[in-house]
Write a protein that binds this ligand. Structure first.
Ligand code: AMP
Length: 385
Protein backbone atom coordinates (compact mmCIF):
# COMPACT_ATOMS: atom_id res chain seq x y z
CA UNK A 1 0.00 0.00 0.00
CA UNK A 2 1.22 3.50 -0.78
CA UNK A 3 2.68 5.28 2.24
CA UNK A 4 2.85 9.06 2.40
CA UNK A 5 6.07 10.61 3.68
CA UNK A 6 6.55 14.28 4.54
CA UNK A 7 10.14 15.54 4.61
CA UNK A 8 10.93 18.69 6.61
CA UNK A 9 13.06 20.61 4.14
CA UNK A 10 12.71 20.77 0.36
CA UNK A 11 16.31 20.57 -0.82
CA UNK A 12 18.28 17.97 -2.69
CA UNK A 13 18.01 15.35 0.05
CA UNK A 14 14.19 15.41 -0.09
CA UNK A 15 14.48 15.29 -3.88
CA UNK A 16 16.67 12.19 -3.78
CA UNK A 17 14.36 10.54 -1.22
CA UNK A 18 11.50 11.12 -3.63
CA UNK A 19 13.45 9.54 -6.47
CA UNK A 20 14.38 6.53 -4.33
CA UNK A 21 10.91 6.13 -2.83
CA UNK A 22 8.85 6.08 -6.02
CA UNK A 23 9.65 2.44 -7.01
CA UNK A 24 8.58 1.35 -3.52
CA UNK A 25 5.28 3.18 -3.95
CA UNK A 26 6.27 5.72 -1.33
CA UNK A 27 4.81 9.16 -1.97
CA UNK A 28 7.34 11.74 -0.75
CA UNK A 29 6.36 15.38 -0.24
CA UNK A 30 8.51 18.15 1.22
CA UNK A 31 7.95 21.10 3.54
CA UNK A 32 9.63 24.23 2.25
CA UNK A 33 10.46 25.67 5.67
CA UNK A 34 10.94 29.22 4.36
CA UNK A 35 7.41 29.44 2.92
CA UNK A 36 5.76 26.84 5.23
CA UNK A 37 4.19 25.26 2.13
CA UNK A 38 4.20 21.55 1.33
CA UNK A 39 5.59 21.04 -2.16
CA UNK A 40 6.49 18.29 -4.57
CA UNK A 41 10.23 17.69 -3.95
CA UNK A 42 11.04 17.76 -7.66
CA UNK A 43 8.70 20.08 -9.51
CA UNK A 44 8.33 21.93 -6.78
CA UNK A 45 4.62 22.53 -7.20
CA UNK A 46 2.63 23.45 -4.08
CA UNK A 47 0.51 20.62 -2.66
CA UNK A 48 -0.70 21.97 0.69
CA UNK A 49 -0.77 25.53 1.95
CA UNK A 50 0.68 24.85 5.38
CA UNK A 51 2.40 22.39 7.67
CA UNK A 52 -0.79 21.38 9.50
CA UNK A 53 -2.27 20.00 6.27
CA UNK A 54 1.03 18.29 5.51
CA UNK A 55 1.02 16.55 8.89
CA UNK A 56 -2.59 15.36 8.60
CA UNK A 57 -1.95 13.96 5.14
CA UNK A 58 1.30 12.13 6.02
CA UNK A 59 1.77 8.64 7.41
CA UNK A 60 5.38 9.34 8.35
CA UNK A 61 7.39 12.55 8.81
CA UNK A 62 11.16 12.93 8.64
CA UNK A 63 13.75 15.71 8.23
CA UNK A 64 16.45 16.41 5.67
CA UNK A 65 18.35 18.86 7.90
CA UNK A 66 18.96 19.30 11.61
CA UNK A 67 18.35 23.05 11.84
CA UNK A 68 14.56 22.77 11.60
CA UNK A 69 12.84 25.27 13.94
CA UNK A 70 11.95 23.57 17.21
CA UNK A 71 8.28 24.59 17.06
CA UNK A 72 7.97 22.72 13.74
CA UNK A 73 9.69 19.66 15.20
CA UNK A 74 7.46 19.75 18.28
CA UNK A 75 4.29 20.04 16.18
CA UNK A 76 5.39 17.03 14.10
CA UNK A 77 6.39 15.04 17.18
CA UNK A 78 2.94 15.52 18.68
CA UNK A 79 1.42 13.75 15.69
CA UNK A 80 3.41 10.62 16.61
CA UNK A 81 4.62 10.38 12.99
CA UNK A 82 8.11 11.88 13.27
CA UNK A 83 11.14 9.61 12.69
CA UNK A 84 13.80 10.00 13.94
CA UNK A 85 12.40 11.62 17.10
CA UNK A 86 12.85 15.37 17.58
CA UNK A 87 15.41 14.74 20.35
CA UNK A 88 17.85 13.21 17.83
CA UNK A 89 17.28 16.01 15.32
CA UNK A 90 17.78 18.68 17.99
CA UNK A 91 20.98 17.01 19.18
CA UNK A 92 22.31 17.05 15.61
CA UNK A 93 21.63 20.79 15.46
CA UNK A 94 23.37 21.77 18.70
CA UNK A 95 27.05 20.95 19.22
CA UNK A 96 26.63 21.17 23.03
CA UNK A 97 23.92 18.48 23.05
CA UNK A 98 26.02 16.45 20.62
CA UNK A 99 28.97 16.53 23.03
CA UNK A 100 26.68 15.50 25.92
CA UNK A 101 25.44 12.52 23.86
CA UNK A 102 28.99 11.46 23.04
CA UNK A 103 29.96 11.69 26.72
CA UNK A 104 26.94 9.66 27.79
CA UNK A 105 28.02 6.87 25.42
CA UNK A 106 31.73 7.13 26.34
CA UNK A 107 32.52 7.89 22.71
CA UNK A 108 35.94 9.34 21.92
CA UNK A 109 35.82 12.91 20.60
CA UNK A 110 37.97 16.04 20.54
CA UNK A 111 38.56 17.65 23.96
CA UNK A 112 36.26 20.68 24.31
CA UNK A 113 35.10 23.60 26.42
CA UNK A 114 31.89 25.66 26.19
CA UNK A 115 32.41 29.39 25.72
CA UNK A 116 29.85 32.10 26.50
CA UNK A 117 32.08 34.86 27.86
CA UNK A 118 35.63 36.25 27.76
CA UNK A 119 36.31 34.40 31.01
CA UNK A 120 35.27 31.10 29.39
CA UNK A 121 37.40 31.96 26.34
CA UNK A 122 40.51 32.40 28.51
CA UNK A 123 39.72 29.21 30.42
CA UNK A 124 39.27 27.32 27.15
CA UNK A 125 42.75 28.37 25.99
CA UNK A 126 44.20 27.25 29.29
CA UNK A 127 42.36 23.96 29.32
CA UNK A 128 42.79 22.97 25.67
CA UNK A 129 46.10 24.63 24.65
CA UNK A 130 46.58 25.99 21.15
CA UNK A 131 45.68 25.34 18.40
CA UNK A 132 41.94 25.54 19.04
CA UNK A 133 38.95 25.62 16.75
CA UNK A 134 35.90 27.56 17.93
CA UNK A 135 32.53 26.59 16.48
CA UNK A 136 29.08 28.09 16.86
CA UNK A 137 26.92 25.71 18.88
CA UNK A 138 23.92 26.26 16.60
CA UNK A 139 23.50 26.63 12.85
CA UNK A 140 27.01 25.55 11.90
CA UNK A 141 27.42 23.68 8.62
CA UNK A 142 30.02 23.26 5.88
CA UNK A 143 32.70 24.81 8.09
CA UNK A 144 30.67 28.03 8.55
CA UNK A 145 30.69 29.78 11.94
CA UNK A 146 34.23 28.72 12.87
CA UNK A 147 37.34 30.48 14.11
CA UNK A 148 40.80 28.93 14.26
CA UNK A 149 43.20 30.17 16.91
CA UNK A 150 46.74 29.01 16.22
CA UNK A 151 48.97 31.55 17.96
CA UNK A 152 48.38 33.40 21.24
CA UNK A 153 48.98 36.76 19.56
CA UNK A 154 45.70 36.36 17.63
CA UNK A 155 43.60 35.56 20.70
CA UNK A 156 42.34 39.11 21.33
CA UNK A 157 41.27 39.70 17.73
CA UNK A 158 39.53 36.34 17.50
CA UNK A 159 37.70 36.89 20.76
CA UNK A 160 36.57 40.33 19.54
CA UNK A 161 35.25 38.82 16.32
CA UNK A 162 33.48 36.05 18.17
CA UNK A 163 32.01 38.45 20.74
CA UNK A 164 30.73 40.69 17.90
CA UNK A 165 29.20 37.64 16.28
CA UNK A 166 27.47 36.56 19.50
CA UNK A 167 26.18 40.09 20.18
CA UNK A 168 24.79 40.42 16.67
CA UNK A 169 23.27 36.93 16.63
CA UNK A 170 19.48 36.77 16.62
CA UNK A 171 19.59 33.03 17.29
CA UNK A 172 18.21 32.21 20.73
CA UNK A 173 20.64 30.27 22.96
CA UNK A 174 23.60 30.64 20.58
CA UNK A 175 26.99 29.79 22.08
CA UNK A 176 30.46 28.59 21.16
CA UNK A 177 32.13 25.22 21.53
CA UNK A 178 35.93 25.40 21.69
CA UNK A 179 37.65 22.24 20.50
CA UNK A 180 41.20 21.08 20.52
CA UNK A 181 42.50 20.91 16.94
CA UNK A 182 42.91 17.24 16.16
CA UNK A 183 46.02 16.38 14.10
CA UNK A 184 44.04 13.87 12.08
CA UNK A 185 45.42 11.57 9.37
CA UNK A 186 42.17 11.72 7.46
CA UNK A 187 38.47 12.39 7.76
CA UNK A 188 36.07 9.50 7.33
CA UNK A 189 32.41 8.97 7.90
CA UNK A 190 30.02 6.17 8.54
CA UNK A 191 26.48 6.17 7.24
CA UNK A 192 24.23 3.68 8.95
CA UNK A 193 20.57 2.94 9.36
CA UNK A 194 18.43 1.69 12.23
CA UNK A 195 14.92 0.32 12.08
CA UNK A 196 12.21 0.72 14.73
CA UNK A 197 12.83 -2.87 15.98
CA UNK A 198 16.52 -2.06 16.56
CA UNK A 199 17.93 -3.71 13.41
CA UNK A 200 21.07 -1.87 12.34
CA UNK A 201 22.99 -1.90 9.05
CA UNK A 202 26.03 0.23 8.25
CA UNK A 203 27.67 1.13 4.94
CA UNK A 204 31.41 0.81 4.37
CA UNK A 205 33.36 3.77 5.74
CA UNK A 206 33.85 6.65 3.33
CA UNK A 207 37.00 8.78 3.10
CA UNK A 208 36.13 12.47 2.79
CA UNK A 209 38.01 15.46 1.35
CA UNK A 210 37.05 19.05 1.96
CA UNK A 211 37.91 22.28 0.15
CA UNK A 212 37.30 25.46 2.16
CA UNK A 213 35.28 23.47 4.70
CA UNK A 214 32.92 22.00 2.07
CA UNK A 215 32.92 18.30 1.20
CA UNK A 216 34.26 17.91 -2.33
CA UNK A 217 35.10 14.20 -2.76
CA UNK A 218 34.08 11.01 -0.92
CA UNK A 219 35.50 7.62 -1.74
CA UNK A 220 34.03 4.29 -0.68
CA UNK A 221 36.26 1.28 -1.18
CA UNK A 222 37.11 -1.86 0.80
CA UNK A 223 38.63 -0.62 4.07
CA UNK A 224 40.49 -1.78 7.17
CA UNK A 225 38.05 -4.04 9.00
CA UNK A 226 39.21 -2.92 12.47
CA UNK A 227 38.29 0.70 11.69
CA UNK A 228 35.00 -0.41 10.20
CA UNK A 229 34.21 -2.38 13.37
CA UNK A 230 35.18 0.55 15.58
CA UNK A 231 32.90 2.88 13.65
CA UNK A 232 30.10 0.31 13.63
CA UNK A 233 30.30 -0.01 17.41
CA UNK A 234 29.99 3.77 17.78
CA UNK A 235 27.01 3.81 15.43
CA UNK A 236 25.28 1.05 17.38
CA UNK A 237 25.92 2.75 20.74
CA UNK A 238 24.70 6.19 19.64
CA UNK A 239 21.71 4.98 17.64
CA UNK A 240 20.58 2.61 20.40
CA UNK A 241 20.93 5.38 22.98
CA UNK A 242 18.67 7.62 20.88
CA UNK A 243 16.33 4.79 19.94
CA UNK A 244 17.07 6.14 16.51
CA UNK A 245 15.01 5.39 13.41
CA UNK A 246 16.36 6.16 9.94
CA UNK A 247 19.74 6.93 8.41
CA UNK A 248 22.33 8.71 10.53
CA UNK A 249 25.85 9.74 9.53
CA UNK A 250 28.81 9.98 11.89
CA UNK A 251 31.84 12.03 10.85
CA UNK A 252 35.15 10.91 12.33
CA UNK A 253 38.73 12.07 12.53
CA UNK A 254 41.14 9.17 12.13
CA UNK A 255 44.26 9.56 14.28
CA UNK A 256 46.47 6.50 13.88
CA UNK A 257 44.13 3.61 14.42
CA UNK A 258 41.73 5.57 16.60
CA UNK A 259 38.50 7.23 15.53
CA UNK A 260 37.30 10.44 17.20
CA UNK A 261 33.77 11.58 16.48
CA UNK A 262 33.63 15.04 14.92
CA UNK A 263 29.88 15.33 14.51
CA UNK A 264 26.72 13.41 13.83
CA UNK A 265 24.06 14.15 11.23
CA UNK A 266 20.60 12.76 12.01
CA UNK A 267 19.70 12.33 8.34
CA UNK A 268 20.88 11.13 4.97
CA UNK A 269 24.26 12.68 4.30
CA UNK A 270 26.39 14.07 1.48
CA UNK A 271 29.11 11.51 2.25
CA UNK A 272 26.55 8.79 1.54
CA UNK A 273 25.57 9.91 -1.97
CA UNK A 274 27.98 7.37 -3.46
CA UNK A 275 25.57 4.63 -2.27
CA UNK A 276 23.28 5.47 -5.22
CA UNK A 277 25.71 3.68 -7.55
CA UNK A 278 28.09 1.87 -5.19
CA UNK A 279 25.90 0.05 -2.67
CA UNK A 280 23.24 -2.64 -2.87
CA UNK A 281 20.61 -0.25 -1.50
CA UNK A 282 21.16 3.51 -1.48
CA UNK A 283 20.98 5.58 1.70
CA UNK A 284 17.80 7.35 0.54
CA UNK A 285 15.90 4.12 0.06
CA UNK A 286 17.19 2.71 3.34
CA UNK A 287 16.13 5.83 5.21
CA UNK A 288 12.63 5.50 3.78
CA UNK A 289 12.55 1.77 4.53
CA UNK A 290 13.53 2.44 8.16
CA UNK A 291 11.03 5.23 8.81
CA UNK A 292 8.24 3.27 7.08
CA UNK A 293 9.14 0.21 9.17
CA UNK A 294 10.12 -1.93 6.20
CA UNK A 295 12.99 -4.46 6.22
CA UNK A 296 16.34 -2.73 5.67
CA UNK A 297 18.16 -3.27 2.39
CA UNK A 298 21.70 -4.61 2.14
CA UNK A 299 24.35 -1.92 2.67
CA UNK A 300 27.08 -3.96 0.97
CA UNK A 301 29.56 -2.25 -1.32
CA UNK A 302 28.96 -3.56 -4.84
CA UNK A 303 31.91 -1.72 -6.39
CA UNK A 304 34.40 0.96 -5.32
CA UNK A 305 32.73 4.33 -5.91
CA UNK A 306 33.65 7.99 -5.55
CA UNK A 307 31.38 11.00 -5.30
CA UNK A 308 32.45 14.41 -6.55
CA UNK A 309 30.35 17.41 -5.49
CA UNK A 310 29.45 20.02 -8.12
CA UNK A 311 29.76 23.30 -6.26
CA UNK A 312 28.63 26.69 -7.61
CA UNK A 313 28.32 25.45 -11.23
CA UNK A 314 25.19 24.69 -13.24
CA UNK A 315 26.84 23.00 -16.22
CA UNK A 316 29.60 20.46 -16.79
CA UNK A 317 30.90 19.19 -20.14
CA UNK A 318 28.68 16.51 -21.73
CA UNK A 319 31.79 14.33 -22.31
CA UNK A 320 31.69 13.48 -18.60
CA UNK A 321 28.87 11.09 -19.46
CA UNK A 322 31.11 9.27 -21.94
CA UNK A 323 33.26 7.94 -19.07
CA UNK A 324 32.18 4.42 -18.10
CA UNK A 325 30.23 4.07 -14.85
CA UNK A 326 29.65 7.77 -14.33
CA UNK A 327 26.28 9.09 -13.10
CA UNK A 328 25.41 12.76 -12.82
CA UNK A 329 22.84 13.95 -10.29
CA UNK A 330 21.65 17.56 -10.56
CA UNK A 331 19.56 19.20 -7.86
CA UNK A 332 17.83 21.78 -10.07
CA UNK A 333 18.96 24.67 -7.86
CA UNK A 334 19.75 28.25 -8.82
CA UNK A 335 23.45 28.90 -9.40
CA UNK A 336 25.26 30.51 -6.46
CA UNK A 337 28.92 30.51 -5.48
CA UNK A 338 29.69 27.83 -2.91
CA UNK A 339 26.28 26.15 -3.33
CA UNK A 340 26.00 22.38 -3.71
CA UNK A 341 24.39 22.10 -7.16
CA UNK A 342 24.74 18.39 -7.87
CA UNK A 343 27.17 15.52 -7.67
CA UNK A 344 28.88 12.99 -9.89
CA UNK A 345 29.26 9.35 -8.91
CA UNK A 346 31.97 7.32 -10.57
CA UNK A 347 32.59 3.60 -10.03
CA UNK A 348 35.14 0.97 -11.02
CA UNK A 349 35.24 -2.80 -10.80
CA UNK A 350 38.34 -2.36 -8.61
CA UNK A 351 40.10 0.63 -7.06
CA UNK A 352 42.64 1.04 -9.85
CA UNK A 353 39.84 1.32 -12.40
CA UNK A 354 38.01 3.77 -10.16
CA UNK A 355 41.17 5.86 -9.82
CA UNK A 356 41.67 5.88 -13.62
CA UNK A 357 38.09 6.98 -14.22
CA UNK A 358 38.37 9.64 -11.55
CA UNK A 359 41.48 10.92 -13.32
CA UNK A 360 39.55 10.93 -16.64
CA UNK A 361 36.86 12.97 -14.92
CA UNK A 362 39.37 15.42 -13.48
CA UNK A 363 40.91 15.85 -16.95
CA UNK A 364 37.53 16.88 -18.40
CA UNK A 365 36.18 19.08 -15.61
CA UNK A 366 37.23 22.70 -15.37
CA UNK A 367 40.00 22.99 -12.73
CA UNK A 368 38.65 26.36 -11.60
CA UNK A 369 35.33 24.79 -10.68
CA UNK A 370 36.92 21.66 -9.18
CA UNK A 371 40.15 23.10 -7.74
CA UNK A 372 41.50 20.11 -5.81
CA UNK A 373 40.11 17.29 -7.91
CA UNK A 374 43.09 16.83 -10.21
CA UNK A 375 45.49 16.74 -7.31
CA UNK A 376 43.30 14.27 -5.43
CA UNK A 377 42.85 12.03 -8.50
CA UNK A 378 46.60 11.98 -9.22
CA UNK A 379 47.47 10.97 -5.66
CA UNK A 380 44.75 8.33 -5.60
CA UNK A 381 45.92 6.90 -8.93
CA UNK A 382 49.56 6.87 -7.75
CA UNK A 383 48.47 4.93 -4.65
CA UNK A 384 46.73 2.29 -6.76
CA UNK A 385 49.34 1.89 -9.48
P1 AMP B 1 32.64 20.69 11.13
O1 AMP B 1 31.65 21.74 10.70
O2 AMP B 1 32.67 20.48 12.59
O3 AMP B 1 32.47 19.40 10.37
O4 AMP B 1 34.09 21.24 10.69
C1 AMP B 1 34.43 21.50 9.34
C2 AMP B 1 35.83 21.02 9.07
O5 AMP B 1 36.77 21.67 9.96
C3 AMP B 1 36.03 19.52 9.36
O6 AMP B 1 35.66 18.75 8.26
C4 AMP B 1 37.52 19.47 9.64
O7 AMP B 1 38.27 19.49 8.42
C5 AMP B 1 37.78 20.78 10.36
N1 AMP B 1 37.68 20.57 11.83
C6 AMP B 1 36.57 20.63 12.59
N2 AMP B 1 36.84 20.36 13.88
C7 AMP B 1 38.15 20.11 13.96
C8 AMP B 1 39.03 19.74 15.02
N3 AMP B 1 38.62 19.62 16.30
N4 AMP B 1 40.33 19.52 14.70
C9 AMP B 1 40.79 19.66 13.43
N5 AMP B 1 40.00 20.02 12.40
C10 AMP B 1 38.71 20.24 12.64
Amino acid sequence: MMKKVLVLGAGQLARMMQLAGTPLNLDVKALDVSSNKVVHPITPEQIYGDLAAGIINADVITAEFEHVAHDILDECEQSGKLFPKSEAIKIGGDRRLEKALLESCNTANAKYYFVNSKEDFDKAINYLSLPIIFKTALEGYDGKGQWRLKVAADAEAIWQDMADFLNASTTVNQGIVAEQMVPFDREISLVGVRRINGDVAVYPLTENHHTNGILTVSVAAPINTKLQEQAGTVFKALSDKLNYVGVMAIEFFQVGDQLLVNEIAPRVHNSGHWTQQGADTCQFENHLRAICDLPLGSTALVRPTAMVNIIGEDTIPDEVLAIASVSVHWYNKGKRAGRKMGHINVSGEHELQLAQRLQNLADILCPKAFPDLNDFAKKYLDKQS
